[in-house]
Ligand binder design. Structure first.
Ligand SMILES: Nc1ncnc2c1ncn2[C@@H]1O[C@H](COP(=O)(O)OP(=O)(O)OP(=O)(O)O)[C@@H](O)[C@H]1O
Ligand SMILES: [Mg+2]
Length: 451
């Protein structure tokens, strides 16, 4: 086992020397510093198993104020290191105040060696147990998140979603999951599979949005050797792979029209053929599909078959956008924080008040996925134990659907210019005349607003 490392801080050389000698004799590694600034620096570059520190540094002060301030700063840099403070004999009140500010124990100078060693060893053992417990807990959380779908949903607006999952999840009913991009459609699909009797069988995903039209059919149904030029071998399709289990058809609105009839048949009859084969195969597959398109409109315009929709949406689960379940933002954000803190080996305790308020107020057009990415970036950016507002790097409010009356005059102007440019496909002359400006006046503003 590595030798334990103790940081000692005092401005008196003889105290440091005595402590070094004592601790070294017990097998500890020691490092000594002589100022509060040096303590913070040391904690930022290395992990220590304990810190023993004096409360007074500038010769003529005995108030302990420097040490108390330092304690508060240590809490921000490394809240897990056990701190033992040294106080002058008789100043118990100061010691109590130090403990109130995060010190774990105190010793009075001049100290008794045996007592000092006992305190140091106890504090190291306690904090190791604590760190280990936290790590196990974090690991368990991560395992749960990777193995099974982890779905956070406490908001009132999510209760219908949870109820539907628990009612229809266990059945074989086909379910259509709808919602804006990033709302968690795939999470719901995985949860449905996990609570079903098919949970021990495969959950096979097909993303209809990501497949070229030419390969779609063979992807879904497989093919036999020679079915087309590139078909050098027989290939099993996703429907066969999912036999006995669940097939998740993501972005269902993108299924090419000519394949919708084949899809309908396998859903109705459980029958299909591989491309290039006339042999009918039977498959037993539960289909969960998802879309962020408006299938009603797709049907109206003839792009989607109504009879197929009726097969897919035996039950429809609609997931509300994140802006309609703000209560879940702190839970989701904390969850992502612990996942990424673990992944990037950062010790982070949470979000400070300003950061949390910004998370609550952000429009989240990209829903949970956007929140996930924002927190990941913030974890990487965070420079102390809390995520702060500046770490979040949220897009400026003016790009969201902010109310006009909350915007500054300049933001309103920039907003209107952007709109006009978008409306006229970037044509500056048209945008300028629509805004009642000359071309050069518009150019000046484009420069000013960095557009
Ligand atoms: N309720 C939730 N609890 C925990 N994590 C969630 C939740 N909802 C979404 N996520 C996470 O947010 C991200 C986006 O979720 P998901 O991929 O399921 O969204 P989607 O609706 O399928 O998006 P798209 O329409 O873009 O395909 C994923 O990382 C997912 O794990
Ligand atoms: Mg998805």
């Amino acid at each position: 086992m590595d030798r334990q490392r103790i940081l000692i801080a005092d401005d008196q050389a003889d105290v440091l020397e005595a402590l070094r000698f004592l601790l070294k004799g017990e097998g500890f590694l020691t490092e000594a510093v002589t100022s509060p600034g040096a303590v913070l620096n040391a904690l930022q570059v290395k992990d220590y198993d304990a810190l023993i520190m004096d409360l007074n540094y500038t010769r003529d002060t005995t108030s302990g104020q420097e040490g108390l301030d330092l304690l508060a700063q240590i809490q921000r840099v490394d809240p897990t290191v056990p701190v033992i403070v040294m106080t002058a004999w008789g100043s118990v009140e100061l010691a109590v105040e130090a403990m109130r500010r995060g010190a774990r124990d105190f010793i009075q100078k001049p100290w008794e060696n045996a007592r000092l060693l006992a305190i140091v060893k106890t504090q190291i053992a306690l904090s190791e147990a604590l760190r280990k417990g936290q790590r196990l807990e974090a690991e368990n959380r991560l395992l749960r998140a990777e193995g099974k779908p982890l779905m956070i949903a406490e908001a009132a607006s999510m209760q219908p979603v949870l109820q539907l999952i628990s009612r229809v999840g266990p059945s074989d009913a086909n379910v259509l999951v709808t919602g804006e991009p990033g709302t968690g459609k795939e999470v719901v699909a995985r949860t449905l599979h996990a609570v079903s009797e098919r949970a021990s069988k495969a959950l096979v995903t097909v993303n209809a949005g990501g497949l070229a039209e030419g390969v779609f059919e063979s992807e879904l149904f497989g093919h036999v050797k020679g079915a087309f030029t590139d078909a050098k071998m027989d290939r099993v399709g996703r429907f066969e792979l999912a036999d006995g289990g669940t097939l998740f058809l993501d972005e269902i609105a993108n299924v090419p029209h000519n394949l919708q009839a084949k899809l309908l048949r396998v859903l109705e009859m459980g029958e299909m053929e591989r491309v290039g084969s006339s042999k009918t195969k039977r498959v037993n597959v539960r289909v969960i599909s998802a879309t962020n398109a408006n299938l009603g409109e797709e049907i109206g315009s003839g792009r989607f078959r109504e009879d197929l929709l009726f097969r897919l949406n035996t039950i429809e689960i609609h997931i509300p956008p994140l802006r309609d379940r703000k209560e879940d933002i702190p839970l989701l954000a904390s969850h992502f924080l612990s996942v990424y803190a673990q992944r990037y080996r950062k010790r982070l305790n949470g979000f400070d008040a300003g950061a949390m308020q910004a998370l609550m107020e952000n429009p989240w057009q990209g829903n949970v996925r956007e929140l996930n990415h924002v927190v990941e970036r913030a974890v990487l950016m965070a420079s102390d134990a809390m995520v702060r507002l500046s770490d979040l790097a949220l897009r400026s409010a003016s790009s969201g659907p902010t109310k006009l009356e909350d915007m500054s005059l300049e933001d309103v102007e920039a907003f209107l210019i952007k709109k006009a440019l978008a409306r006229y496909d970037g044509n500056v002359s048209h945008a300028a005349s629509a805004l009642g400006l000359s071309r050069s006046a518009l150019y000046r503003r484009l420069q000013r607003y960095n557009l």
